[in-house]
Design a protein. Sequence first.
Length: 210
Amino acid sequence: MKIKTWIKYEVPYLPPRCRKMRYKEGEEYIYVLLKEVPFSKLVLAYEDKSYEGKGKIYRLGRKLYAKAKMPNLPKEDLKRYGVKTPLEWRLYCNEKMSLYFSSRYFDGENATREAMIAKAKADISKYILVDGVLYEQTCKPEYHIMTFGCGNGDGTGLFVSYPARRDCGWHFPATRGDDAVAKAKKIAIGRRDFKSARLFKKYITVYEGK
């Protein structure tokens, strides 16, 4: 599927009697290709059942994909934009909002036309269209345990992250759900957070290797 995309870029020019190159803004519409794949090509790898989780996650080759979600915008705005599905939102953004200019993606470099086209193609390569439904590339889910407050029962959380932050908390791969739950309960009880300890459960189902 070809996606109409509005790009902006810098056009170099040399004014009369000047030695230093100047730049002005150029813009145009191009088309980038959204890869289309039949659902039969996808292999179910994981299912994330956590709060606001990604749901079913599929493998295509070496990459993982989950259904793209709608943006967190007011319904009035989406209605004004005429957007009802994640695919329609992607089409709207590419055509109506130019995301491709130097201030966003390049630090101290000239944003040439070629560079902006390459960026637009790289961005759309993170998506696939599966029988008319937009899927977005993701990574392996994992468990992430975090604590809140000063240790007086303020709070303990067991989350699913993609991937989890490495500068805080405890981490477990999706295949070690039982260990993640046991560790989270132990931490919560040690902090006298008994309410949280009763609620922890495995959120990720692993299908690969079964």
